[in-house]
Design a protein around this ligand. Structure first.
Ligand SMILES: Cc1cc2nc3c(=O)[nH]c(=O)nc-3n(C[C@H](O)[C@H](O)[C@H](O)COP(=O)(O)OP(=O)(O)OC[C@H]3O[C@@H](n4cnc5c(N)ncnc54)[C@H](O)[C@@H]3O)c2cc1C
Length: 419
């Protein structure tokens, strides 16, 4: 006999999206989470009076982002001002003429991906070897994909629905706080409960966890791809196609670093700086965002991996060096590290967000497809067009939940089944 109608595995944006869809339908729903907190890659922490996000911070595709409406309903303050990523405070180190040229180079690169994609499906093969902005384009890939262009599938990259990507809103109280507070109270939650095996050989699913066995009729699996690829959650009988799909959709690395500002008057407010537009290994810095006395540094790809290796002090030294190079040596003594992420080393997550390896764009559909109408899959990597985002994760969770309760109106967030 099953103990539960449905168990949701993983309490990130996808799991919470699923739980919200299932709550109040008269079903018994259990959520199990390996870590000691909910949210997954959505995590707001307080630094003094500031609420800052270690993971997702911006409501991308804001006007169709489910979290915008959910957040407004929960009383969160949605900040619709532009984050200014394309601006450079006082043109420091990146004059307007260079920004224009670099932007044009990126537009030409994007055009080649779209109109003349390389047969290899490797995004790096669309770079113009003579272009002097290739390092800049790689830096953007590090932020967007968390990975170098050599590891990115063109077909997958183009599938991302960026029609509304110009709208990127913030959440004053934190995006992570919004997502965590959206978990309905009536869904039972067990933290520190990693599922290590789903035995689907019998009529009832048996979930082996570090805290004992759970029996359920249906399960929604929302765990990050590295965990699946490594077999840290395994299946009996094995689901080799799922493991292969997860391995073909690795998580790139993305990290944040926060520097406390001792003298808020010395650093501009709500301004943006790119550390070095001529390097692929550079930070993108939000200066005192929303008036908080912090600098938020964002790093992707190899740069993020290297800063994780260096640790908090080394990462801060790198960031302060870049900022002092732009704002002047005097800012050094007023900046000190006060927080940061190392998502590549976070147990049960192990990275930032997914990209498809060259030739592997079709794996998202394979990862997302249900098994036997009782094991359902969700999570940002399962989204066909909003992957790598918290709203994409939400929508796959909602779609998987609708499928799990036999609602055909799951929408197009999940593909038709292939099993
Ligand atoms: C630095 C950074 C910045 C980002 N910025 C943005 C942004 O601005 N906007 C945006 O939309 N997105 C952003 N993202 C991406 C976004 O955070 C993720 O896409 C999204 O949160 C993923 O949600 P998820 O539910 O798919 O996965 P997760 O949040 O990873 O949730 C999966 C959960 O499963 C748990 N789990 C794993 N294995 C097991 C197991 N065996 N048993 C039980 N539980 C398990 C994990 O602990 C985790 O809590 C950012 C990510 C990072 C790292």
């Amino acid at each position: 006999m099953a103990d539960w109608d449905i168990v949701v595995i993983g309490a990130g944006a996808a799991g919470i999206g699923a739980a919200r869809t299932l709550a109040g339908r008269g079903l018994s729903v259990l959520m199990v989470e390996a870590r000691d907190r909910i949210g997954g890659r959505a995590q707001t922490v307080r630094l003094g009076d500031a609420a800052v996000d270690m993971g997702c911070g911006y409501l991308h595709s804001a006007e169709r982002n489910a979290w915008a409406e959910i957040g407004a309903g929960l009383g969160f303050t949605i900040d619709q001002s532009d984050p200014g990523w394309r601006t450079q405070y006082r043109n420091l180190g990146f004059p307007a003429v260079d920004r224009h040229e670099a932007g044009e180079a990126f537009a030409r690169f994007s055009g080649r991906l779209r109109d003349n994609p390389p047969p290899s499906d490797r995004a790096a093969d669309a770079l113009d070897p003579d272009c002097r902005w290739n390092a800049y384009i790689e830096a953007l890939s590090a932020y967007i994909n968390g990975a170098a262009l050599a590891d990115v599938s063109v077909r997958d990259y183009l599938a991302y629905d960026d029609a509304a990507s110009e709208r990127n809103w913030g959440v004053r109280e934190g995006y992570g706080a919004l997502i965590a507070s959206a978990l309905p109270r009536r869904v039972e939650l067990r933290l520190d409960t990693a599922v290590t095996l789903i035995d689907h050989s019998g009529p009832v699913l048996r979930l082996e966890t570090v805290a004992g066995t759970i029996r359920t009729d249906r399960a929604i699996v929302t765990i990050p791809t590295p965990v699946l690829a490594a077999g840290r959650l395994a299946f009996n009988p094995p689901l080799a196609a799922k493991r292969d799909a997860a391995a073909a959709l690795p998580l790139g690395i993305a990290d944040k670093l926060f520097l406390a500002v001792a003298n808020p008057g010395d650093i501009p407010c709500d301004a943006h700086l790119l550390g070095n537009p001529r390097s692929a290994h550079t930070g993108s810095y939000q200066l005192q965002p929303m008036g908080h006395p912090v600098v938020e540094g964002f790093f992707g790809g190899a740069a993020a991996r290297e800063l994780e290796r260096l640790g908090p002090e080394g990462a801060a030294a790198f960031a302060i060096e870049e900022l002092a190079g732009l704002l002047g040596n005097s800012v050094r003594h007023g900046l000190r590290p006060c927080g940061g992420s190392a998502w590549g080393r976070a147990a049960w997550i192990e990275g930032g967000y997914s990209h498809a390896l060259p030739g592997e764009a079709g794996q998202r559909a394979i990862l997302a497809a249900p098994v036997d109408d009782r094991i359902f899959f969700a999570g940002e990597a399962c989204s066909l067009q909003d992957f790598s985002t918290a709203h994409g994760a939400h929508d796959t969770g909602r779609a998987a939940a609708l499928l799990a309760i036999g609602k055909p109106d799951a929408g197009n967030a999940l593909p038709a089944r292939v099993f």
